[in-house]
Design a protein around this ligand. Structure first.
Ligand code: NAD
Length: 282
């Protein structure tokens, strides 16, 4: 019996959205090192280019594409280029996502007097901010699945990996739209796994705990680098007592994409969180 686990993605084409960012830039590099030809997609063309160039410099295959996960026409255009330049998509990582301050409350708890006070309470949440966050995370996952999963139908070993979050299990304070949108991603992961189960496309998600990246850095550290009260709360609620290092997501990434190791796994959302989601706080 061959022992599972040395993920060889040679000959596969992997499409990674949000790959100009911290976590998905690393995913793109990891997939390329495992042998995949990687399409590095991001709204930020420069960021995508820098990641793809650095992967190519290391001797692996990656190509940058400017793409907006919220625009079908942009995805269709990029899909056509990827088909011509790399081939049909075998692996889709839906990484583009994030929060926006317009959809956050200032305080954790609503208190008497907040309506009159100069604080942004639940009642002041900006509709367009909430829509932006919902669309970026949920629609920005669904649309790329519509465009790229068509390539996977009837082909062996294809799979989709979505990025959920801790706040999908229990919402984090202050960020109702991001929490709801990530819960929608977990739910959609299960839905799509069932929907595609007869055509051999596995659909799973990872739910990272807390990793410092450009989208949350300002919430976690003051300008002088000292931790904010939120950082102190996060770390005290994380049994392992530290932030994750992006590299610690790689094992799960490669596991889910490994057709031998994870052949019977679909519709799963895996926390990678140093114990955060298991800890009641007591
Ligand atoms: P990041 O901000 O470094 O990367 C996100 C990338 O998405 C950016 O490069 C951005 O340009 C791109 N993007 C934004 N809008 C886009 C659009 N419309 N079309 C295409 N690309 C777009 O953030 P990150 O922390 O690396 O986040 C990656 C994913 O992981 C996100 O879905 C995020 O919600 C999720 N996540 C992050 C953490 C964390 O602790 N950092 C925890 C849980 C989940």
């Amino acid at each position: 019996m061959a022992l599972a686990f040395g993920t060889d993605l040679s000959g596969k084409v992997a499409v990674v959205t949000g790959a100009g960012g911290v976590l998905c830039g690393m995913f793109a590099r990891t997939l390329a090192q495992a042998g995949a030809k990687v399409a590095v997609l991001d709204l930020n063309e420069q960021a995508a280019k820098e990641i793809a160039d650095s992967i190519e410099k290391e001797g692996f295959t990656a190509k940058a594409y400017k793409a907006n996960v919220l625009e079908r026409s942009s995805l269709e255009e990029v899909h056509a280029s990827i088909l011509a330049e790399l081939g049909p998509c075998d692996i889709l990582i839906n990484g583009a996502g994030g929060n926006n301050a317009r959809a956050n409350t200032d305080k954790e708890y609503f208190e008497m007097g907040d309506i009159e006070a100069d604080v942004k309470s639940f009642f002041d949440l900006d509709q367009s901010g909430v829509e932006f966050v919902f669309n970026l995370n949920f629609l920005g996952t669904l649309l790329p699945c519509q465009i790229f999963a068509k390539d996977m139908i009837g082909r062996e070993g294809c799979s989709i990996l979505n990025i959920s979050s801790m706040n999908a299990f229990t919402p984090l304070t202050k960020i109702p739209a991001y929490s709801g949108a990530k819960a929608a991603i977990s739910n959609f992961t299960q839905w799509l796994a069932v929907h595609f189960s007869k055509v051999g496309i596995r659909v799973n998600a990872i739910a990272p705990g807390f990793f410092v990246t450009q989208q949350n850095e300002k919430l976690l550290f003051h300008e002088d680098g000292s931790p904010t009260p939120r950082t102190e709360k996060i770390l005290s609620a994380t049994p392992m007592g530290r932030f994750g290092d992006a590299i610690e997501l790689n094992g799960a990434l490669l596991f889910f994409l490994n057709q031998e190791a994870a052949s019977f796994i679909t519709g799963v959302v895996l926390p990678i969180d140093g114990g955060f989601s298991a800890y009641s706080g007591v």
